[in-house]
Ligand binder design. Structure first.
Ligand code: AMP
Ligand code: GLY
Length: 426
């Protein structure tokens, strides 16, 4: 089989790596890919948003299966373009990817189908939003309706901050049209868990849980990022939590989408908060998480191509989805300054130290070849240093040891990825 992966970050590197394990796959292409992905796939210089060009490429190369990793092309309707061209593609259509593409849509869906989530209101006018804030309880949460690279969420401690937030999102349009509509919701507290799942329109199969670290700095300080590291499984995702979510959240979401005439095929990523009143949905994503994919896929036992095909064909009920009884930790090596301005173009050294090391993975997120053929940094998140272990503590020690094997200018990381593992023991 020939497979095309769309995207070029750490998630897509992990996807290409997992797809390469399949005995059914002879050749992998990745558009646009990166310097790490180039070791296992042929990188194709077509942007992820050039749907027609990508579909023409897939036709020309007789690609058997396309897997879309990123949110922007999914929300933009890449799957519809591929399907119209008669191509097999894994991911939700545009009318289902809206689950991630519009927070107002997903909140209204949860309300209509009684899926537990924070109380909220939506607003299209800044004046109405501000009037509502006059009588609200603080802290409060403001969310841009559309995609904003995970940065369109403002947690406001006071009315003044919230009023300024409305201006930022709706009037100054910091995230463009994503802020035409905003959601204002109740502030919740609790531990966060990421749960990824495969969905075929009707059946849902849950992958092993993970926990992300969204803030840039140790101690969960600093700005929100795409994710600075994570671990799987989460010790807080107990059997009791799992049972609750299966009863009230997972299948209910799939059934709701079907009932709305928007059957979802692909990956649903449930961002959950474990509150005192039980688990609640913080957000949905319509794709694998990044870096969640880096810690979940190395633990997955199945041939992932079988699972992708079952989702497309509506036969997921026949798949026995299984995970190793071990643990995995990913520490992101970033460019100092991320998520704001940072320098790039520094040579990455020591990548060969990962060769032949079982249970250690160096997933590239922001790397490229320079004109001399050297691998250099090209993004905020540069590498995902990932390691397995028989338990979370061992995996964490292995991952942090491996962060020393590679080096580049302006290398930055958090030193407390997986701190919650110790809290689970306490
Ligand atoms: P989201 O993109 O909706 O997942 O939001 C990004 C982050 O903001 C989440 O991972 C939470 O840490 C935080 N957050 C979002 N909604 C709420 C809420 N209602 N209460 C508290 N924190 C929230
Ligand atoms: N790591 C969070 C995300 O992929 O949205």
């Amino acid at each position: 089989m020939k497979v095309l992966v769309v995207g070029g970050g750490g998630r897509e590197h992990a996807l290409c790596w997992k797809i390469a394990q399949s005995s059914r796959v002879d050749k992998i292409y990745c558009a646009p890919g990166n310097a790490g992905i180039a070791q296992i796939a042929e990188c194709v210089d077509i942007p992820a948003m050039a749907f027609n060009e990508l579909a023409a490429f897939a036709k020309e190369k007789e690609i058997d299966l396309t897997v879309v990793g990123m949110d922007d092309p999914l929300v933009g309707g890449i799957v519809d373009v591929f399907e119209a061209a008669g191509l097999r593609v894994f991911g939700p259509r545009k009318n289902a990817a809206i689950l991630e593409g519009s927070k107002a849509f997903s909140k209204n869906l949860m309300k209509k189908y009684n899926i537990p989530t924070a109380a909220y209101e939506t607003f299209q006018s800044p004046d109405e939003a501000k009037a509502y804030l006059e009588g609200a309880k603080y802290p409060i949460v403001l969310k841009a309706d559309g995609l904003a690279l995970g940065k369109g969420v403002l947690i406001c401690a006071s009315k003044e901050e919230a009023l300024a937030g409305v201006d930022e999102l709706m009037t100054d349009k910091k995230f463009g049209d994503a802020g035409n509509t905003i959601v204002i919701e109740e502030f919740m507290t609790g531990r966060e868990v990421s749960v990824l799942s495969f969905v075929d329109g009707s059946t849902i199969k849950i992958m092993s849980s993970a926990q992300d670290h969204k803030r840039a700095k140790d101690g969960d300080e600093g700005l929100n990022t795409g994710g600075m590291g994570n671990f799987s499984p989460s010790p807080f995702y107990t059997e009791q939590v799992d049972a609750f979510c299966r009863e009230h959240i997972y299948q209910a979401t799939v059934d709701a989408m079907k009932a709305e005439g928007r059957p979802f095929k692909g990956v649903i990523f449930f961002g959950l908060m474990l509150t005192q009143d039980g688990p609640k949905v913080l957000e949905y994503n319509a794709r694998f998480g990044d870096p969640e994919a880096q810690v979940v896929l190395p633990r997955m036992k199945n041939d992932i191509v079988d699972v992708f095909e079952a989702c497309i064909d509506g036969t997921l009920d026949r798949i026995d989805l299984r995970f190793e009884d071990n643990a995995c930790v990913c520490v992101v090596l970033a460019s100092d300054g991320y998520p704001l301005a940072y320098e790039k173009g520094f040579e990455i050294k020591g990548m060969e130290n990962f060769e032949g090391k079982d249970g250690y993975y160096l997933f590239h997120a922001g790397s490229k070849f320079d004109s001399n053929g050297r691998v250099v940094t090209s993004g905020g998140r540069v590498l995902g240093v990932t390691a397995l272990g028989s338990n979370l503590k061992e995996a964490r020690a292995n991952a942090y040891a491996a962060t020393e094997w590679v080096d580049f200018g302006n290398k930055y990381m958090r030193h407390d990825i997986g701190k919650a593992i110790d809290e689970a023991d306490a």
